[in-house]
Each structure stands twice: as C-alpha cells, then as structure tokens.
Design a protein around this ligand. Structure first.
Ligand code: FAD
Length: 411
C-alpha cells in the first residue's frame, strides 16, 4: 500500500486540499467551484467514466428541463471549453444526453482532468491519528487531515489525505432490498442473478423481457417508469412481457396537483392507469410485501407475498425488477463523527429541516435550508447531492448546485 498527499492546483486556497468523492453532477459542480476558488482538489470516481450512476440510467429521460439541469458554473465552463449549450431550454435530456453534452466536456477542462481519478473507489474515510470517539468537538480534531482509503483500477489500495471532504457518492449504486421491513427477504441474497435493480433500457433490451413474466416492485418514479416501459413493448413476434406490479399502498396516487413538469405529469397519469389495472399487460398487486423468494426448477422464482389481512399468496416469475429506492453508503464515513437521522439516514440537521418543510409532495416547491444544515459534528466533512437526502426521494440537481454554493461559503 502506498500513502501520498493529494497535490495539484495552484490557487489562493492551495493550502487546503479538498477531496470530492464521486464524479456525478454534484461532484462535478463542486470541482468547478473548488477550481474557481483556487483549492487543491482531487475527485475519486469508482466507475471507469465520470457520472457512473447517471450513465447507468442514461437511457431514461429526466423530467426536469435543461434549464434546471445545468448549473451556472457548468454553463460558464462549457463556454470556456468552446462547447456552449445549444439546446431547447424547455426540453428534457436523457441521462446520456446530459452526460454527453454537459458532464463529459467539462471533465475535459485541464484542472478537472488532472484532478479526476477514475476506476477509484472510496472505501473509507478516517481522521489521521485519531479515532471516532476521540477529540470530540475539539479544534485538535480539525487540525488532523482526513485519511482516505482508496481502491484503484487494479484492485491496488492506497491512502490519500485531504483537509476537506465532500461526499457526493449518491445513492443509486446502493439500492434498498426487497423484503418486508426493508431487510432482505429470505432467499433474496442468493438470487441476485434474478433481481435487477435498474430501469430496463427498452426497446434495446427487448430480448431479455419479451414473453417473460416480470415482477416490478416499488412505486416511486423509477418503478413507474419501468412499469410503463414494460407495458408498451413487444418484440417482432408481438410478444410482450407479462408484468405483476407490486406496491405497498392499497390505492397509490402519483399525480402532483398542477404539476408544472409535463413529462412527470404524463408518467404519473399513465402509471395510475396501470396501478388501477387498466392495461392488459400489467396486473397490479397492491398492498402486499415480499416475504420470501425461492428459485424454482427451470430458472424461475417463486415469490411469496403477504399483507396484514390476506392469506399468503405466491407468484411465479422469470425475473424481478426491484426499484425500491436507495440510501447512500454510510460505511464510507463510519469512523467519522457524522450524526445521521435515525429515520432517513441523511445528515441530521438537513434531515430535520426536510422533515419539517412542507412542499406539498412536489420536489419543485422545495428550497435549500442553509449552509448550517450541511455542517456535521465532524469538522470539514460534508455530504452533498443525492446522498444528503438520505431516504427522502425529492432531491433535485438544482438543490445540489445551491448546496455547493452554501458549503463553499463556509471556507
Ligand atoms: C432515473 C433517475 C431520474 C432522475 N431524474 C431527475 C430529474 O429529472 N431532475 C432532477 O433534478 N433530478 C433527477 N434525479 C435525481 C438526481 O438529480 C440524480 O440522481 C443525480 O444524478 C444526483 O447527482 P449526484 O451527483 O448527487 O449523485 P450521482 O449522480 O448518483 O453520482 C454519484 C457518483 O459517485 C460515484 N460513487 C459512488 N460510490 C462511490 C465510491 N465509494 N467511491 C467513488 N465513487 C463513488 C458514482 O459512480 C457516481 O458517479 C433522477 C434520478 C434518477 C435515478
């Protein structure tokens, strides 16, 4: 194992090294800010390309328009690299379009390219020479650099140091499990090859789904998108998937009153029809939870379902799409003094502000809650972006840009 200090950068804040964990849209915006403010910085991304998570759902169209998906810093950076964004501002890009037109060109900026470490997973962050339960709330703790354990492209492990750490690792890569109560159902852990935790790319993946019986589990936007996509596809022989759509609510409603985003409104209306059983390819299974999974001969899965009143029932399916949300990897900061909300798993101050705010269910109606809500007991460690929302699913990119402004206002 090697140990080294992150270097690079030559601005006025060069004395402080910022480690940015994750090269998603918010990690990128933070890197642009660190560059503008003259910090030395490094960005660690576990995927072989920037925006690994966005790329994994790149075929999905965002419901927010270009105007909401590109920060001011990004606009300026695109002008600087000679790739000004010429798009219909009210149109919505797919994830791939966002990455192709905005995210990838910006990583080509010399300082960002120099700072980016691809194929490099952040395993854990500690504080050099001290433990989680030591130096509680003392200035001595802040004086010790962060010690970051990384796993590089060849599986090699190394340690780098930083004064400020911004955890922007998102939550898409750490999905929730399927079983009742939020824990794996018996059999679930051994059946990962039958359980997909992503939105299928249709019709490109038609072969994998046509003529199959599929259980879609979940009721959020990802599950709605998957159920609607599966309902509409058929292969050259007219074969469609047969879909069981499982959700815990007995009568879910997805529509946001007076929704200003046409794509989100359209998705909600279509998904509600499916959830009411108004589409021949989709059989809704409301008010149930998954109790057990068993692989059966021939390769299918027998799924045992249950609700509070009905007797147990079983479904036999060829595959499962588990789209039950996700929560960030808190193992990364297990050795730091981070105070997590016991309900949402987000950082406590932000979680409390989010729980107290009433946006009427519409994520567009929310704002940020001030720099102070991003501050942890651990000095210099901040959780930004999608991960900062814990189990709350209303995070938007434009919230992330504001978080970057707020957190850098503290230095
Ligand atoms: C299908 C879908 C559609 C969405 N549509 C919209 C929309 O229309 N409008 C909107 O505003 N928001 C939308 N969101 C929500 C949110 O804005 C996105 O999830 C966005 O990608 C969050 O950006 P992020 O940078 O916080 O996290 P991510 O994009 O998840 O980036 C995190 C990065 O960290 C990397 N990483 C993870 N763990 C590690 C590790 N241990 N070490 C190193 N790197 C790591 C990942 O590979 C990834 O590149 C959508 C989300 C999804 C899933």
């Amino acid at each position: 194992m090697t140990e080294r200090v992150a270097d690079g950068g030559n601005g006025p804040n060069q004395g402080h090294t910022v480690a940015i964990l994750g090269a998603g849209p918010i990690g990128l915006d933070a890197a642009l800010m660190a560059r503008a403010r003259g910090f030395r910085f490094r960005v660690y991304e576990q995927a072989p390309t920037p925006a690994g998570n966005v790329r994994s759902w790149g075929h999905v169209r965002l419901f927010s328009p270009w105007t909401m998906n590109v920060s001011g810093r990004m606009q300026e950076g695109l002008d600087e690299v000679g790739r000004p964004l010429e798009v219909d501002p009210e149109a919505s890009p797919t994830g791939h379009e966002l990455a192709d037109r905005v995210l990838d060109p910006l990583w080509a900026l010399p300082e960002l390219r120099e700072a980016l470490r691809l194929d490099t997973r952040v395993v854990a962050v500690g504080r050099s020479g001290t433990l989680k339960d030591e130096e509680i709330g003392t200035p001595a703790r802040a004086a010790r650099p962060f010690r970051i354990l990384l796993q590089g492209p060849d599986g090699d492990e190394l340690v780098e140091y930083a004064d400020i750490v911004l955890d922007c690792t998102g939550r898409w890569a750490t999905p929730n499990t399927l079983g009742d109560g939020g824990i794996p159902a018996p059999g679930e852990r051994g059946l990962q090859h039958r359980i997909h935790r992503r939105i299928p790319d249709l019709p490109a993946e038609m072969e994998a789904w046509a003529g199959r019986t599929v259980l879609v589990a979940g009721a959020g936007h990802s599950a709605q998108t998957a159920a609607c996509a599966l309902a509409e596809v058929a292969d050259g022989n007219g074969r469609s998937p047969r879909v069981f759509w499982l959700f815990r609510d007995t009568d879910p409603s997805f529509l946001i009153e007076d929704d200003p985003l046409p794509l989100r409104r359209e998705l909600a209306l279509t998904a509600e029809k499916l959830a009411r059983g108004e589409h021949p390819a989709v059989i809704p299974v409301p008010g149930r939870v998954v109790e057990r999974l068993v692989e059966v001969e021939g390769g299918g899965v027998e799924v045992t379902l249950r609700d509070a009143s009905a007797p147990r029932e079983t479904l036999r399916v060829d595959g499962i799409l588990a789209l039950t949300g996700g929560v960030g990897d808190h193992g990364i900061y297990r050795q730091l003094q981070v105070h997590e909300c016991y309900a949402t798993c987000g950082p406590i101050k932000l979680s409390a502000a989010l729980l107290g705010a009433d946006s009427g269910g519409d994520c567009l109606a929310q704002g940020t809650h001030g720099a102070e809500t991003l501050v942890n007991p651990e000095p210099g460690f901040y959780i930004l972006g999608d991960k900062s929302y814990g189990r709350n699913s209303t995070f938007l990119l434009q919230i992330g840009w504001a978080q970057v402004d707020e957190v850098f206002s503290l230095f």
